[in-house]
Write a protein that binds this ligand. Structure first.
Ligand SMILES: C[S@@+](CC[C@H](N)C(=O)[O-])C[C@H]1O[C@@H](n2cnc3c(N)ncnc32)[C@H](O)[C@@H]1O
Length: 222
C-alpha cells in the first residue's frame, strides 16, 4: 500500500507522466478527445462572451493555444513543472507554474480578472471546493466557469458512488505512473458547484459518434 495521500500521488503522477501525456495529447492518441471532447470544450467556451480566459490545470497547453488562436486572451496554469515547460515551449498563451494549493491560498496569483474560467479534465481531487471558490473570486460577476469531466454514468464502472479511483493509462502507449482521481456522481458535481457559489447554467453530454454513449460531461456555472 502506498503511504502517500492520494492528492500527493495525483500531483506526483503528472510530473512523472508529463512527457508521455504531452505526446499523447499532441499525437491525438486519445480517441475521445480527437473525436468529441476537444471540439466540445472549444465550442462551449467560444459560445460564451468574454475575451479574458483562465485555463485551470492546463497541462501542456493545447486548449489555451486553441482559444488564443480564436482571439481569446488566455492565461493558463498548471502544477506540473514538466507540463508547463512543454506548454511554454509551444507558446501561444501565458503559462504559469502554480499548484491548486497555492492558487487557493492566494487566487490573485493566477492574475487579474477573467470572463471565463475552464477546468478541462483537471479537477481530480476529492475536495474541489477550494479551487471552485478561488476561481469564483477571479471571475467577474457575470462570468462563467466551464468544467469538462468524465461522464459520471459512463465512468461509473458499476459503483455509482463518490470515491477514489485509479487511472492506469493502459490504452495509451508509453510508460505511465498510475494516477488516483476522485469519482463524483452528477449530484455531487451539482452540490460542489453550488456550495462554491456557482449556479448551474448549462449542462452538456457530448456523445461518442460510434457508441452513442456520452464521452464527457460539460457543466457551465455562472
Ligand atoms: C487530465 S490533465 C488535463 C490537462 C489539460 N486541461 C488538458 O485538457 O489537456 C489534468 C491536469 O491537472 C493538473 N493538476 C492536477 N492536480 C493539480 C494541482 N494540485 N495543481 C495544479 N495542477 C494540477 C495536472 O498537472 C494535469 O495537467
Amino acid at each position: 500500500v502506498n503511504p502517500l495521500p492520494p492528492e500527493k500521488r495525483t500531483r506526483d503522477s503528472w510530473d512523472s507522466n508529463a512527457a508521455a501525456w504531452t505526446d499523447a495529447v499532441r499525437t491525438g492518441a486519445m480517441e475521445s478527445r480527437r473525436l468529441v471532447t476537444d471540439d466540445a470544450i472549444v465550442g462551449t467556451v467560444l459560445g460564451i462572451d468574454g475575451a479574458r480566459v483562465l485555463d485551470v490545470g492546463c497541462g501542456e497547453g493545447w486548449l489555451a493555444r486553441r482559444l488564443a488562436e480564436a482571439g481569446r486572451q488566455v492565461t493558463a496554469f498548471d502544477g506540473s513543472a514538466g507540463l508547463i515547460a512543454a506548454a511554454r515551449r509551444a507558446g501561444g498563451a501565458t503559462f504559469e507554474l502554480l499548484d491548486y494549493v497555492d492558487f487557493v491560498a492566494r487566487p490573485t496569483r493566477a492574475g487579474g480578472e477573467y470572463d471565463v474560467a475552464i477546468c478541462n479534465f483537471s479537477l481530480l481531487g476529492d475536495d474541489v471546493g477550494g479551487v471552485l471558490r478561488a476561481i469564483r473570486s477571479v471571475v467577474v460577476e457575470d462570468g462563467a466557469l466551464v468544467v469538462q469531466t468524465l461522464h459520471p454514468v459512463a465512468a461509473a464502472d458499476g459503483r455509482y458512488e463518490d470515491g477514489w479511483r485509479e487511472e492506469r493509462f493502459d490504452a495509451l502507449p508509453g510508460a505511465w505512473q498510475p494516477m488516483p482521481w476522485y469519482f463524483r456522481t452528477l449530484e455531487s458535481w451539482f452540490r460542489d458547484l453550488r456550495a462554491a457559489g456557482w449556479r448551474l447554467a448549462d449542462l452538456r453530454e457530448p456523445a461518442h459518434p460510434g457508441t452513442g454513449r456520452p464521452a464527457s460531461l460539460i457543466l457551465v456555472g455562472r
